[in-house]
Design a protein around this ligand. Structure first.
Ligand code: HPA
Length: 246
């Protein structure tokens, strides 16, 4: 089993990735920037979703090249770390969500590998149940060490097109639709992984109350503080997950 993590550009270094090698992997869909290295002595593939340095907005990410590059490097499962806003007013910031469902509000993205063949993947459960279970077991192992850690064991990820944040009315609509969190990158990533038969799961860090859920505008400095806390939790869960998979 070789785990690949797709996450924010600094997350590999933050998580303690050692013996890092930078790769530019060519695929039929374009190239991808990927790092390989060791985390606690075990091989890990890390793909900075927004590039190195971070520069690609969510709607401009080459999701197809990214997923194919991970497969080419030997990844057998993919964990997607994402920053999200809350949609369910009951969710805390920061907290973690292990989503089990999603709703796709994106448009105009390259969302399939099938171009001259009719093929419809089953996507009833967009996140791989087995990989989710492994993540939730790791969550259970680390919760004792982090008294402030709050994890929602299920969630519905609403994937918006961005790059702008949502209006307050859009957040209310997402909640009526059944979403609990909102981000911009889960799709088409999750669907492409399914097309490849690659188990894919996510951990989302809530970094801001959804627009309109708290007074005033979304403040970037607050997002950064929540992100730092959330990623420390994700790091602990990742290390535990890898140790358990050893
Ligand atoms: N909306 C969409 N994507 C996001 C948000 C948000 O409020 N916060 C972080 N990613």
């Amino acid at each position: 089993m070789t785990l690949a993590v797709i996450g924010g550009t600094g997350f590999g270094a933050f998580a303690g990735l050692a013996e890092v090698q930078d790769h530019r992997i060519e695929t039929p869909y374009g190239s991808a920037e990927v790092q390989t290295g060791k985390l606690n002595g075990r091989s890990l593939i890390f793909l900075p979703r927004h590039g190195m340095p971070a520069r690609k907005l969510p709607h401009l990410i080459n999701y197809r090249a990214n997923l194919k590059a991970l497969e080419k490097l030997g990844a057998t499962q993919v964990l997607a770390v994402t920053a999200v806003g809350t949609v369910d007013p009951a969710l805390l910031v920061p907290s973690l969500v292990v989503p089990n469902q999603l709703i796709d509000y994106t448009h105009g993205r390259d969302l399939s590998f099938f171009e001259d063949e009719i093929h419809h993947i089953d996507f009833t459960e967009p996140y791989d149940p087995g990989l989710r279970l492994g993540i939730l077991r790791a969550v259970d192992q680390v919760t004792g060490d982090y008294p402030d850690l709050v994890v929602a064991r299920e969630g519905v990820y609403g994937c918006t097109q961005g790059p702008r944040l949502e209006t307050a009315a859009e957040i209310r609509r997402l909640f009526r639709d059944g979403c609990t969190i909102v981000g911009m990158t889960a799709m088409p990533e999750a669907a492409l992984a399914r097309e490849m038969g690659m188990p894919y799961a996510g951990i989302s860090v809530t970094v801001n109350p959804g627009p309109g859920l708290a007074p005033g505008e979304v403040v970037l400095e607050d997002i950064e503080a929540a992100m730092d806390q959330g990623l420390a939790w994700v790091k602990a869960i990742l290390l535990e997950f890898m140790a358990a998979a050893a």
